[in-house]
Every structure is written in C-alpha cells, then in structure tokens.
Design a protein. Structure first.
Lengths: 356, 356
C-alpha cells in the first residue's frame, strides 16, 4: 500500500534520495567501494562536501555575500551552546525570542554563558502564536529566534531588522520558502526535515561576525576552526552529508526554493481550508502564525478520535498524532511530501464528517 | 576487480553491513518506509538503539557492571572536551599520556579546563613507541590514554592500574582484541574503524564516576543527561547507529572479540613477518609496541616506490600510503579486512623483491 508519511522528523525525503544513497552504499561513484568504507579525505568525498556546501549557499541566495556553509554533527541542540560560545562576549548579553520547546532549549543553554534576555514569550498560551511588538535591547551581542515551531505549528512570517547579528534556528523550515536569508548572520538547521537524514547540521555563517568575544572556545565548538578546515575539522558524518547533497540536488532540479514554496503553499492551503471548513475540526495555532510545514489541529469532539484514527491508518497515513504537549493531530508537510498525500488526508477528514 | 581496502578510516566494513543497510534505506523492517524517513521515537528505531547499546556492553563484557553505553555524535574529537567537562574538577587536575596526534589533540582541549599533566610523551621520537615507566600524579581527577595510534602504528599492550578513573580513546582498536575493559571508567570510540560508518561515537561510562566536579555542563556535553535520555537526548544519527548495530551483530555472530582477535593476530603476524623478512622494507614503529590494526612500514630505498606503488595498485589495493607525518606505507587491518587481503599485499612485497 502507498504510504503517506507525516512524520515530524526525521521525515519523508525524495524517493530518488533513497534510491541513490542505497546505491552509493553498495558501490559509490562506480568505484567498487561502498560510500561507507572510503576515506573522508578521498577526492570523491571531498567533492561531495564541497558541492554540498556551495549548493546550500546557492539555494539560499548567499553565494558571494561573505557566508560560509558547514555540515557539522551534534544536531541543532549542539548549536544551542555553540552560538553563545562563539557570539556572546564575556559579561555580554544575548536576546532570545521564546516561541516553543526548541527556542526554550536554546535559551536554557545560553543562560549558562551570560545574561540572556527573553524579549517575548508565548509560553503562557502554550506557544499557540508568535509574539509580536517586542523590543530587543540594543546592547545585546546577538538576537536568536526559531523560524518554525514543529510541535506547535507556528511559523515566523516576519523577522526583525536589527543592528546586531541575527541568529535563526531554521531546523524545521529551511529550504521551504523564499526569505531574504541575507538578513541573518547565522542560520542553523538539523538536516532531518527538509535537507536529509538525521546526523548532520547545516550551519551558515556570515564570517565577519566571528572572533569578537575574547572567549576561549574548545576546538570542536569553534566555528572559525570548522570554516578554516572546510567543514572537515574531524571526520564528518559521511553518509548523512551525502544524502543531504542528494536532497539539495533534488531541490535544485525542481527549481529551487521558489518552486518548492509554491507546492508547500498549495499543500498548506489545502489542509488549512479543510480544518477551517470541516465542523469536526479546529486549528491549534493562531491563524496568522500558521506554519506551512506543520499543521496542528484538534477534533472538536474527542469521541470521534477512534473513528478518525482508524480511517487515516487504513489509508496508509503514518505519523499524524500531535505532540503530547498539544495533543490532537499534526500534519507535517515537509518539502518531499507530495500534494497527493495531503489530498488523501483531506478526503479522510471529509469522510469522517459524512460518517458521524 | 576484487578490492583490498586498507583505508585508515572510515574503513572497510563487512559486506553484509553494506547489503543490509542499503536494503533498510529502501524498506526498513518491511515497513514500506525508509530507515531515513522514520521517527527516531518510533518503536522500530528505539529497538535499534536499545540493542546497539546493550550489544556493545555485552561484547565488551561490561553488562551488569555499572556501565552505560551511549551512541553520540560529534566524533571522538567532541569527547576531547566532554571528558574534562564531566570529570575535571574546578581547579582540578588531569593526567594524560601523549602517544600521538589524537592524544595530543585531547591534551590541547583538556588544557582549556584546568591543569593538565602530560605524564610522558614520545613526541620527540615522532611517536614511534609507547612511553613506559611513567608516574601518574595521585591527585589527578582522571588519567587519559589512547589505546591505538592509527597514524604511527603503535598500540598500548598494557594499561596502568590506578586509583583514579581511567579514560581511554579506543577509536581505532575497540572490539579488536580481548582486554579487561572493566579497568576503564570511560571508553570512547568514533565508529568509523571497527564499529560502523562515520557519524556516531560510542561512549561507555561507569556511571558512578559522574556528578563529582561541581562544574556547570551544557546539556549536550553532559554524559548524565545522555544516560538519563537513553542516548536519545536529541535526534540521534539514525543511519550511523543502525549500521553500527549491524556491524556489532556481525561481530557477535563471528564469535565476539575473542574470535576476531585471533584473525587480527594472524593478519598482523603475516604482514610484520614480511616487513621483517623482506630486505626492501623496514617497520616504522618499535617492535614491542606494534599495532595489530595499523602496520606502518617504509622502503629502505625510496627509488623502489614507483614500482611498488604500481604493483599494489594493479592488485586492487587501495588506501596504503602512510600518513604524511610518517611517510611510507600503512596497512590498516581493521576487523572487516580479510586475511586474504593481507596475503595479497605480502605477495606484492615478495614480488617487488623478486623484481628489483
């Protein structure tokens, strides 16, 4: 049966990424060797890393603008401490916007390094919206935000214009919509949503912001050392980087971010229209802040849950239950999820309406 | 043509690991989904992580002895700072044995945290042997050593008995020989030699040594947090962990470490006998410290290099050149390299002798 994979991450990737990466494990570049058994310093893998780094910048429109792309490991959670290590001055100050579980995790780590001002938070409303109208202290070393909140289904539509470096965790919506990425000084993203499998983290850095803290930074946490080593300071996560390159190539061949944004908008329009139309359902997040990646919604009457769950499971849908902190359902519609899968879900929602 | 892969790491893995992991990318556990697109919280992947953790302890003979196994990311290089973060007291002291490039890298990071005593070093002799007869200060918070030095082809045959915690970087010889692993309090190893592909790091910790430094540890660097989260504090590197599990299963089916040690000893005996017998070659490291994983050797007359290089390349051998800091050749004979491949190399060395 055809599967419709709504997993919130790690998540669906293009079929050609599965096919090509499986083939590379059996015989990489027709070398007679597996991708898993070659040196990361081999010409073939250095070419993979170089292309992944330059393609990431190309897709984001950041080539030739003073940015460097790194494929690190440790996940976005390691960036939570690398950011203050690299940007917060001794006795300095950082400003954070608290929009969800991951933003809150980043704040917790920053507090270990110095004064961390939370400029606004929607925690009291269970993060059901993006705070607006906040003020960022002008003496902060940087401002940190999270562009998309997977768990709560909210997404920042506007980003502040500030004199200080802006850092954004784009783990769950990078490469999904057109933004002026040059507004940001550091963008980081765990690969396992729109970029590849779990195991690598893209970090895009405007080089000129580094080296200003006077802080002693352990080597593995030092962005400057990773840039100098061309993202090979130590053995990189070879397979995750390769599969990420394949995913970025797929996106480029599709027409880049502008092309996928149209598809993503169509998917989001389809599901949200049904959520708003169907009297059995309601959206979980503020309408103006709805994420085009993760649509969170609830049944108005929990008594229909068993019937609904049986229907979508029978249709080959997986990964639909919402996170325990919101409940209900979450339709994660990352880049590789086809519009057809959203139509299947919408049809099931209509079918439920006709049955109850 | 049959390949003989002497890559120093990432390196050869068992063919069944390539076959099974490629299949899991196409259809994992017959679920109709790729291993790359499922949630790390799914029942199927939680089972992978649990089995990998318990099988690592089982193979090391450490089950039920107060140890925990973690599959982290960041590589052994991230452990260079996690070890002092977790074990070195504020105003404490650590003792390190300097046996090569990676030991030296670990020392450099420890120095950022506090007094770091280098108890002995073979650096002046280009790390061609393992220092012996050193004294470890009894007031050190821990002692750190590196069991095998990939670049220089040396290996520790004995480990000191000490009252303090002993930490060992076993990246390049873990699971290759029988040792009383319960002598150690932390063992860490990047996967990409005997355990799996690049992208995950095994850390084995005797739990009772944690929580004694009064140091504030960022979450991602805190062993206790990773243990509490059962190695899922954040999204783990799914594919590298799965391929590592397959490699550990292969080793268990083969008969475990005792069985592979016999094969490894046979491979090492074969190559070193030829290095010592063949008048064209000489070993690069002290005989009593020779590594059974990495045999380093040189031509007595560089004039024969072009002929030798042509011969081994024609025989399907790859990855044989030595590291630039030693020169010559390095035959890396990790667990998955068959004895047959060593025989091919030895035959080429004999052929060279007959030709010149």
């Amino acid at each position: 049966m055809k599967k419709h994979n709504y997993s919130a991450g790690p998540c669906i990737l293009p079929q050609e990424v599965f096919d090509k990466s499986a083939q590379a494990i059996l015989n990489f570049n027709d070398s007679g060797l597996s991708l898993l058994e070659i040196s990361h310093r081999s010409k073939d893998f250095v070419a993979v890393m170089d292309e992944a780094r330059s393609l990431a910048l190309e897709l984001l429109g950041l080539e030739g603008k003073g940015y460097q792309a790194l494929f690190l490991s440790g996940g976005a959670s390691l960036e939570f401490l690398m950011v203050p290590y690299n940007l917060m001055k001794e006795n300095g100050k950082a400003a954070y916007l608290d929009t969800g579980t991951w933003a809150s995790g980043a704040i917790k780590e920053a507090k270990l390094f110095g004064e961390t001002v939370v400029v606004a938070s929607s925690k009291e409303q269970n993060y059901n919206h993006i705070p607006k109208g906040y003020t960022v202290p002008t003496d902060a070393d940087y401002f940190h935000c999270t562009s998309n909140n997977t768990i709560f289904g909210t997404q920042m539509k506007d980003f502040p214009s500030l004199e200080m470096p802006i850092v954004c965790d784009m783990s769950s919506d990078i490469f999904s919509r057109v933004i002026d990425f040059s507004k940001f000084d550091i963008i980081y993203a765990g690969a396992q949503k729109n970029m590849g499998p779990a195991g690598t983290t893209l970090v895009v850095i405007k080089e000129e912001i580094l080296g200003k803290t006077a802080r002693v930074i352990p080597s593995m946490l030092d962005y400057a050392k990773h840039i100098k080593a061309e993202s090979m300071y130590n053995t990189p996560p070879v397979f995750p980087v390769y599969a990420s390159l394949l995913t970025l190539q797929w996106l480029k061949n599709l027409g880049g971010i502008a092309a996928i944004e149209k598809i993503n908008n169509a998917k989001a329009a389809l599901i949200y229209a049904e959520i708003d139309r169907n009297p059995l359902f309601k959206g979980a997040s503020a309408i103006e802040d709805r994420s085009i990646m993760n649509a969170t919604f609830l049944l108005n009457d929990e008594a229909h849950a068993a019937t609904f769950d049986a229907l979508w499971k029978a249709a080959g849908i997986s990964g639909l239950p919402g996170h325990r902190s919101v409940g209900g359902y979450r339709a994660s519609m990352y880049n590789a999820l086809p519009l057809e899968s959203v139509q299947v879900l919408v049809d099931i929602m209509k079918e439920l309406e006709s049955k109850v």
